[in-house]
Design a binder for this molecule. Sequence first.
Ligand code: C2E
Ligand code: MG
Ligand code: MG
Length: 569
Amino acid sequence: MNESDSEFYARLLRAYFDSANDAIFVLCNELKFLSCNRRMESWLGLPESELTRHNCRRPITDLVGNTDTAKVFEQNARKVFEGESQCFECLLEPVDAAQRWVEINMTRVDVDAGEMVIAVARDTTERREQMARIHYQSTHDVLTGLPNRASLQEFLDGCDRAGGPGEQPLAMLLIDVVHFRDVNEALGHQLADEVLKTVADGLRKVARQFHHARVYRLESDRFVVLCRATAARYWPGVTEAIQHGFAAPIEQSGMQLTLGSNIGVSLYPDHVVRAGDLVQAAEAALHAVKQQATSSVRMYYRGRDASGKERLALLNDLRKAIAGASIDVELQPIVPVRDQGPVRLEALARWQHPERGRIPPDRFIALAETSGQILALTWRVIERALRDATPLIREGRIASLSINLSPYCLLDAGFPTRFAALMAQHGVAPDAVMLEITESVAMSERMQQHTVRSLRELGVDLSIDDFGTGHSSLSKLRQLPVAELKIDRSFVTGMLASDNDEAIVRATIQLAHSLGLEVVAEGIEDDAVLARLGELGCDYAQGRFLCDPLPVGELLGWLEKRQTEQDIG
Ligand code: C2E
Ligand code: MG
Ligand code: MG
């Protein structure tokens, strides 16, 4: 190769070098520049001639403009000189050029003059921005711009990784907008979306007021305000502010909308062992609010839905109990107050846990509801109750059988058909069966669904359980295909000691009769209350004073004794 050939190849190499999209540079063992291409010149805002000028060369760590990056460079360079090639990402913030993220590959090269590093760097700014955009989109709700469920869970899981139980108290307020479905139907999706944005803004305002509080949108009309630090201690104040916000009417298309809120509350570490379980606990609390609408805020409590390991263990046991048919049923008589007519029976689910003993139905039913096992459980109860009670119905020893339904049964469109098949299989007439639904469920929109209508069309009667604990609307009560109201035992048991309770009982009896419905009073624990109920014109009574819930064997004895007493009387 002659002189001009080598010059030619050197120029060609230089052209390759400079045309690369990546920055390429060579550093000495003091990390000073020996050479770099055009891309690197433009990234640093300095020409190669200056970077490599004799006696004026500065190490790259002085030029990156960011102390963290300088450190990362040094650490990686050390490893490279030890013979390990490195690849790392860092931020360049040179004084004379734009900042950018770069991914750098560095390798050691040994030449006669000593060791040097060859580095190839690629601009990753755009990729990072794209990733950040995707992350933002996957963690935020498009409509309101609020962080979403994934973002909330990410934060909670982060808390669990950062510290043990009790490190930082948290209060989760899970908010459900009451009547939102009506708004959606009345205004259409577009305007309903506007309403949701207004709700989100209102919640943001409350969160700002309390600091350490953050708003998330989980889905549709469900929001979370998560309180940390001081806000977590003052969560009742935050809750009040939220409710206050909802009380103010929202202007939408010339309409004044007043929405309400149901709020389920869960606290860490008081209620759950892991912060990550707060959502589930708050959902259980919200579910309880909606079922028993005596108040619009409810705290999670372990009894309703035990947490963590214990809950999982109990859930597993419950699943086995349902599958293995070890959910039992006891029957409690519902006795006519004013005549000697035949009694009716209510079936009540019972679970005798092999180690923990008897678990109260309120607890395992809530557990079954939140874990998706309620339908299986209900079918067990229905089968068992029909098996026990049908012979008594056929023999005319009891008038009918009442069964408690969970709201979830009403959501299952296949429920009426399967129920009809079971009644036919046992040979029991539909008019000998009464289905109990709680008042708050009866008043909710779900009652409009066709499941309820289909059940009524089968010929079974519907009864409103726990009457007085929900908010009934008279007009709705008139439209419902129900035959009976059951006054909740909280008004009945102590009615002689409370004028208020007695007034409620009296008014309920009058109301029911004026609508052509019969009335059952629950929770009769003494003869004085029974006598008073007779005076007030109550139709049926149920309670310990008359008879406890009993397994069918013992119930037969009770029925016989009653028959004998009536025969003598
Ligand atoms: P409920 O339907 O209102 O049932 C009446 C409750 O009153 C029963 O409680 C019964 O044992 C209790 N009780 C009866 N007499 C007296 C009395 O004189 N004093 C007092 N203090 N209580 C009395 P239990 O068996 O603990 O059931 C609680 C609730 O669990 C039931 O309330 C019902 O809502 C639910 N439940 C029970 N079995 C089922 C079921 O199979 N399915 C569904 N969905 N819920 C059920
Ligand atoms: Mg009941
Ligand atoms: Mg009841």
